[in-house]
Ligand binder design. Structure first.
Ligand code: TRP
Length: 377
C-alpha cells in the first residue's frame, strides 16, 4: 500500500489483482508502478520533533531547525513536526505543567524560524493515541539489554542520577520514538547528533517488524547537521548548550538579553590586556562566529589580529552581537507577532494533530493487519 499524501490517493495492489480483465490489469499495474517509483524519487516524508521542556535555543537552531526549514523549501518534501510532550512526560511525570506550558513556546519557536503550517504538519504527540499503541507492539521486538545499551539513554540516566529508579517510560523512549517515525512512514529524520542511537534503534525495529510480519514499515535515515554545525557549545564554553546548564541563548531572548549573554561569553581567560596575544581555540566568540558568521574573510582577519594581540574582547563581542542580530532579529520579531494570538497557534496545532492522526491511524491499521490482529476487519 502506498499513501500519497499530496494527491490524497491510496493505491492498494490488491485492488489491481482483483481486476478481471487481464490486459487492463497489466496497464494498471504498470501505471501504478510508475507512480510508485516517481513517488519514491520525488517525495521525502520527514518527521522530527522536540520535547517541550523549555524554549528552543540557538543549539536547536543549528542542530536541527535550520535543516527542517531548508527541507521545507522543496515542495516535494512533506514534513511532520511534532511537539513531543509524551516523551517529555517520561521524566516529568510529576510536573506536567512544565510540559504543557511549553507546548505553545515550542510552537512559537517553530513558526518564528519559518516552519509553515501550510506546508508542514505541526502537531502534538499526545493527541495521537495510535503512537502509544504502536509502541506496545514494537516493545515486544526489543530486548531490555538492547535498550540498556543505547548510549544516549545511558548517559541521560547517569546525568539525571536515576539509577534503578529510572521511569520505565523514560527507559523505553527510543522505542516510542520508533513509533513516531514509522507511523508517518518517514524516510528522513533531521535531528542532532545525539539522536543517532534512536535512529539505529528505529531501523532495527523496522527490520525486525518487516522480517516478522511482512513489509509494512519504512526504514528511515537520519539527516544530521553538517560538520562543524552540530554541537553548539554553551556561552560558558561548557559542553553543549542546554537549559539545565543555564548557558543558552534562546530564540525568544530580547536584543538586550542576547547582547548581555554575548558580553558574558567565555573567551580566553589569559587575554587580560587588549595588547596581550589571545587564543582563538576554545574561545566561544570565535566558535560562534565560525558557526553564524557569513563574512569568513573578516573572521579570519579578526582571528589573526586577536592572536597577535591588540584586539579587545569587547570589539569581537560587539561584532558577534551584530552577526547574531542579523540572523535572529527577524526571527524574534516574527515570534513576537505570533505570540499575540495564542488561540490561533493552538487551533493550528489542533488541525495539524487531526491530519497527523489520520496518517498514523492508516499505518496502525496496516500494522495490525500484518500481525493478523485485525479481528473485526
Ligand atoms: N528525542 C527528541 C528530542 O529530545 C524528540 C523526539 C521525539 C523525536 N520523537 C522523535 C525526534 C522522533 C525525532 C524523531 O528532542
Amino acid at each position: 500500500m502506498f499513501f500519497n499524501m499530496d494527491i490524497g490517493l491510496v493505491f492498494d495492489k490488491k485492488l489491481v489483482k482483483s481486476c478481471h480483465v487481464p490486459q487492463k490489469k497489466v496497464v494498471f499495474e504498470e501505471a501504478i508502478e510508475r507512480i510508485l517509483r516517481k513517488g519514491e524519487l520525488m517525495k521525502n516524508i520527514i518527521l522530527t520533533g522536540d520535547r517541550p521542556t523549555g524554549q528552543l535555543h540557538l543549539g536547536h537552531y543549528v542542530g536541527s531547525l535550520k535543516n527542517r526549514v531548508r527541507m521545507q523549501e522543496d515542495p516535494e518534501n512533506k514534513l511532520f513536526i511534532m511537539v513531543a510532550d509524551m516523551q517529555a512526560l517520561t521524566d516529568n511525570a510529576k510536573n506536567p505543567d512544565k510540559v504543557s506550558s511549553n507546548i505553545l513556546q515550542v510552537a512559537l519557536d517553530y513558526l518564528a524560524v519559518g516552519l509553515d503550517p501550510k506546508r508542514s504538519t505541526l502537531f502534538i504527540q499526545s493527541q495521537i493515541p495510535e503512537l502509544a499503541e504502536l509502541t506496545m507492539y514494537y516493545l515486544n521486538l526489543v530486548s531490555v539489554g538492547r535498550v540498556r545499551r543505547n548510549p544516549t539513554v545511558k548517559s541521560e540516566i547517569e546525568q539525571k542520577k536515576f539509577g534503578e529508579s529510572v521511569p520505565t517510560g523514560f527507559f523505553i523512549y527510543p522505542v516510542s520514538q520508533a513509533s513516531d517515525i514509522t507511523a508517518f512512514k518517514a524516510n528522513l529524520v533531521p535531528v542532532g547528533e545525539d539522536q543517532k542511537p534512536m535512529l539505529e534503534q528505529t531501523q532495527e525495529i523496522v527490520q525486525s517488524f518487516n522480517h516478522t510480519y511482512g513489509d509494512v514499515l519504512i526504514e528511515p535515515k537520519g539527516v544530521f547537521p553538517e560538520k562543524g554545525q552540530g554541537r553548539l557549545p554553551g556561552i560558558d564554553g561548557n559542553g553543549k548548550m542546554s537549559k539545565s546548564l543555564g548557558n543558552g541563548i534562546y530564540l525568544a531572548d530580547s536584543a538586550d538579553v542576547l547582547a548581555k549573554k554575548v558580553m558574558s561569553m567565555y573567551t580566553d581567560p589569559n587575554h587580560i590586556h587588549v595588547e596581550d596575544p589571545g587564543q582563538v581555540e576554545g574561545n566561544m566568540v570565535f566558535t560562534y562566529l565560525d558557526v553564524f558568521g557569513k563574512d569568513k574573510e573578516k573572521i579570519s582577519e579578526l582571528k589573526e589580529h586577536y592572536r597577535r594581540g591588540g584586539l579587545g574582547d569587547v570589539k569581537i563581542k560587539r561584532y558577534l552581537i551584530d552577526v547574531l542580530e542579523a540572523e535572529f532579529g527577524p526571527i524574534r520579531s516574527r515570534r513576537e507577532e505570533y505570540a499575540k494570538d495564542p488561540d490561533a497557534i493552538m487551533e493550528m496545532l489542533k488541525e495539524g494533530s487531526q491530519k497527523a492522526q489520520a496518517v498514523a491511524a492508516e499505518t496502525l491499521k496496516e500494522v495490525k493487519q500484518a500481525m493478523g490482529i485485525n479481528y473485526f476487519g
